[in-house]
Design a protein around this ligand. Structure first.
Ligand SMILES: [Zn+2]
Length: 241
């Protein structure tokens, strides 16, 4: 039987993270816990054993660029502890665009060091720069999370073999649902992006992952067993690329 996969989850943003960690393991939900700074990855790894179901991704969120410097040393020191990278990427929305150059320098560094890693990538109003960096370094195992760009860049990313992880907020928005329908089902993944999304009007909690699968299945007219199987095959392909 195929198990559920959550490609992008912020475990450390929940005050009861240890309880959630235990429950995710009990439910056998494969969950990629992204981190926003290498220091946070390091504490998560020291605090929690990696299991078949809970993995941690080493990251530096571009939205941290105004507040927290990126430590290359901490990043590199932790690189061998995981095959997953995230949340990383570029964010050129108004709050962060004064640090475009800095963000690009960091993301470029991360991409050069992570050619063979699975990456969960954030991209906001930065499609062109992000595309250029990914195509230059030929990172193959890339999943764009909460994609908000247009169809032109979607096509370009698809040609690079990029995957797209879809969350409930995207499914429930007009723009998001329109773009989801343009993505081949072989390139789809599912994410919660908990706690930053809502399911049925309520903040995402780990027990709502089945519902996100259902919502995507409904949007694409795929039944839920088929949906689970497709996502699980896609994930395996991405990891083995
Ligand atoms: Zn996120």
């Amino acid at each position: 039987m195929s198990k559920l996969i959550d490609m992008h989850f912020h475990l450390d943003f929940y005050p009861n993270h240890s309880q959630i960690y235990n429950n995710i393991n009990k439910l056998c939900q494969h969950t990629l816990c992204v981190t926003n700074q290498p220091e946070i990855f390091e504490s998560c790894m020291d605090m929690y054993p990696v299991t078949k179901y809970v993995q941690f991704a080493l990251g530096y969120n571009p939205q941290c660029v105004n507040d927290v410097p990126f430590s290359k040393n901490t990043f590199l020191r932790n690189l061998k502890r995981t095959k997953y990278i995230g949340e990383v990427g570029l964010d050129f929305s108004s709050k962060f665009c004064s640090k475009k150059e800095k963000q690009m320098e960091i993301f470029d560094f991360i991409c050069t060091k992570c050619i063979d890693k699975v990456m969960s990538v954030h991209c906001k109003k930065a499609e062109e720069s992000l595309y250029n960096i990914l195509s230059q370094h030929k990172n193959k195992k890339v999943a764009l999370h909460w994609y908000s760009g247009d169809e032109f860049w979607l096509e370009k990313f698809l040609k690079l073999g990029t995957y797209f992880s879809i969350n409930a907020n995207m499914i429930n928005s007009y723009k998001g649902s329109k773009i989801i329908k343009c993505i081949p089902k072989e390139n789809l993944l599912i994410e919660s992006d908990g706690p930053f999304t809502k399911v049925d009007g309520k903040k995402y909690t780990f027990d709502k992952l089945t519902k996100v699968y259902m919502l995507l299945g409904e949007l694409l007219s795929i039944n839920s067993e088929e949906m689970k199987l497709q996502i699980s095959q896609n994930f395996t392909k991405l990891v083995e690329k």
